[in-house]
Design a protein around this ligand. Structure first.
Ligand SMILES: Nc1ncnc2c1ncn2[C@@H]1O[C@H](COP(=O)(O)OP(=O)(O)O)[C@@H](O)[C@H]1O
Ligand SMILES: [Mg+2]
Length: 451
């Protein structure tokens, strides 16, 4: 085709930057996207400051990662930064720094230095300037108050500080210095701390290895929030599974781990409320989907089943690496994925089992409410074979069995009872055999191994 038949039609910088402000971030998820960059830069220490000062309020996000030289800094501020990614990288589109920041503010400044180098480099991306020039411009803003604050943080050992100013999406237009504005900023900071505690919990926990980092929000250290229980209230973990998903001519792996949390009467009120999570018990049941260990979606069953009070103790982790991004269709704000159709099908049975176990745990909790912490063993089933089963042997160990184990045995007992009542015990035998071939642990946990 002749070059003469080609026309370059560059986008309008003014218009496009404005539309990119609304691609689905809220304040906490925007901060989380910048924390992703700090993690990718190998940071061990990350600090977020949300400072209220009326119209001059600002947000600073600092890390002690690899930092950037002048060329990298300019590239970082390009919409669609040129970058190659590994399967454990948290970045993807080369957009997050810009789109996440501009979803909350009109002015984004990055102050950075390579740890080994003494020079500090400063570049600013300002929406007003882009609108005025209608071009993709960045500038050196000079020694503004924001830059001075960032430089002070560099003196404390940080290597990159991102500064958000002109917070038009956070502050109300009319009274940015009023009490309401102040409360809004404070609420945003508190919500952000909770959000980061959840989405980065695998990085904040002991045992996170090389990628572990410490996180401080407005002077307070952020403790990880693990959806799958705590030492005071451990969950029952059902056997893990892994699934292979084709992407192009390769195959990636998705790991599934299923947890049944203890019922309400198995922990004190404070722990119950803490484990409830940001969306509370009912809406926090369901999938927790991790991409390269960073939580990208949580709560609900992704259309596989409905949220139900009786299954609210079921929480299921799905983990994949960035090489499966095309299969999961991750969105730019890293807040939504869609389950690949073939995976959805494979998940039906294991998710159903987890929900049955959760329902049994819920009902056992409801039965013995008020008897804390004593557990009433389920009534013997109609089928006398139970007595000789491995599950029954395990129940002899009584106190050693976890609440989760007991819940699973209840499900097993309910199945036996139903099989006897329906007059089709053979059908249960056949079903158990099919499952036992693939996942003998499940049958063992249900106490059905003797069938
Ligand atoms: N805190 C940081 N430390 C070092 N480099 C960074 C930092 N933040 C951003 N960068 C650089 O800027 C690039 C663009 O970031 P971003 O727009 O978030 O896109 P992505 O993370 O998808 O690559 C990153 O790939 C990285 O090279
Ligand atoms: Mg990024």
């Amino acid at each position: 085709m002749s070059v003469l038949r080609h026309l370059t039609v560059a986008p309008s910088a003014a218009r496009l930057t404005n539309s990119l402000r609304d691609i689905g971030y809220d304040f906490p998820s925007a901060v989380a996207d910048l924390v992703d960059n700090s993690v990718a830069a190998g940071a061990g220490r990350i600090e977020v400051r949300v400072e209220f000062a009326g119209a001059d309020s600002r947000v600073l996000i600092a890390d002690d990662g690899c930092g950037m030289g002048p060329g990298q800094l300019a590239e970082a501020l390009r919409f669609g930064s040129r970058q190659t990614y590994g399967s454990r990288d948290l970045g993807r589109y080369g957009l997050g720094l810009k789109t996440a920041s501009l979803s909350q503010c009109r002015s984004l400044t990055v102050v950075s230095r390579r740890p080994e180098g003494s020079r500090t480099f400063v570049r600013q991306l300002d929406l007003d300037l882009i609108e005025e020039w209608d071009d993709w411009v960045i500038c050196d803003p000079g020694a503004t108050a924001g830059v001075r604050a960032a430089r002070e943080m560099l003196l404390q050992g940080f290597s990159t500080v991102v500064v958000w100013e002109n917070l038009d999406r956070v502050l109300p237009n009319d009274r940015p210095d009023g009490g309401w504005a102040k409360r809004r900023i404070e609420a945003a900071a508190a919500k952000t701390a909770r959000h980061l505690a959840m989405v980065f919990h695998r990085f904040l926990e002991e045992g996170a290895g090389e990628r572990r980092f410490t996180l401080v929000v407005n002077g307070k250290s952020v403790e990880p929030w693990n959806p799958f229980g705590s030492p005071a209230a451990p969950s029952q973990e059902m056997p893990g599974l892994s699934f292979e998903i084709p992407v192009g001519d390769r195959v990636g792996t998705v790991q599934l781990s299923r947890h049944v949390l203890p019922a309400r009467n198995r922990m004190d009120q404070e722990e119950w409320e803490r484990l409830a999570g940001p969306l509370k018990w009912n809406r926090q049941q369901g999938f927790y989907i991790y991409r390269a260990d960073r939580l990208v979606q949580w709560g609900g069953w992704a259309g596989l089943r409905a949220i139900d009070e009786h299954t609210k103790l079921a929480r299921v982790a799905l983990s994949f690496d960035a090489d499966l991004d095309p299969a999961f269709n991750i969105n730019v704000a890293k807040m939504r994925v869609s389950l690949p159709a073939e995976l959805r099908q494979m998940l039906e049975r294991p998710v159903h089992e987890a929900c049955m176990a959760a329902e049994a745990a819920y009902r056992s909790g409801a039965q013995s409410r008020g008897n804390l912490p004593v557990h009433r063993d389920p009534a013997p089933a109609a089928d006398s074979q139970v007595t000789g089963s491995p599950a029954a042997d395990r129940s002899d160990r009584g106190a050693a069995a976890t609440a989760g184990d007991r819940a699973s045995r209840m499900v097993g007992l309910a199945l036996r009872t139903a099989a006897v009542q329906s007059g089709d015990y053979e059908a249960l035998r056949r079903i158990v055999k099919v499952i036992a071939d693939e996942a003998p642990d499940i049958i063992e946990t249900l106490g059905l191994a003797d069938l």
